[in-house]
Design a protein around this ligand. Sequence first.
Ligand SMILES: [Zn+2]
Ligand SMILES: [Zn+2]
Length: 176
Amino acid sequence: MELLIFWDAGAPAGMQASFCREIASLLPAKPRVCENPLVLTGFRHSRDQTDASTLLDSLELFKKRAGLSVPVLLVVSVDIFREGDEYLFGLARFQSGTAVVSTTRLENEHYGLPPDDHELLDRLVKTAVHEIGHLLSLPHCRDPACIMYNPLTLDDLTRQKRWFCPRCREQIGSRE
Ligand SMILES: [Zn+2]
Ligand SMILES: [Zn+2]
């Protein structure tokens, strides 16, 4: 599938090309990056976070207006949440082919550690591939090593491999 990636101005610069290469190596996807044309909506002062559902609403509207039929992944650096969740790494809506991932909690700095671009790219790739998996209609997986496992913490994400378990892999195969 073709995949459009909207890279927000606040998101880490300089890793777009490697990011696309990694995505294409893990999924039957042809990713293309462009600057994010959207104004980020959904900021909630009381939480100092951005509502991921509102971001996806805007993305959905943008897609409709622009007549875009390809799935779109938005990469942002703002901290995102959803009602009922303290924070999210990412969120996807299969129905509209829209997804968002946030780099805030993927960065070492968030945990008081020295920055590491290599780690950041690895985590960002895992998070994005997970959300794109949802766009391919894959559900969550019970295997903690599988990329479709639902990571609730950074430790969960670290345990996950850049790998689809055989069951998830088979489901992707049937959707190519
Ligand atoms: Zn998920
Ligand atoms: Zn799996």
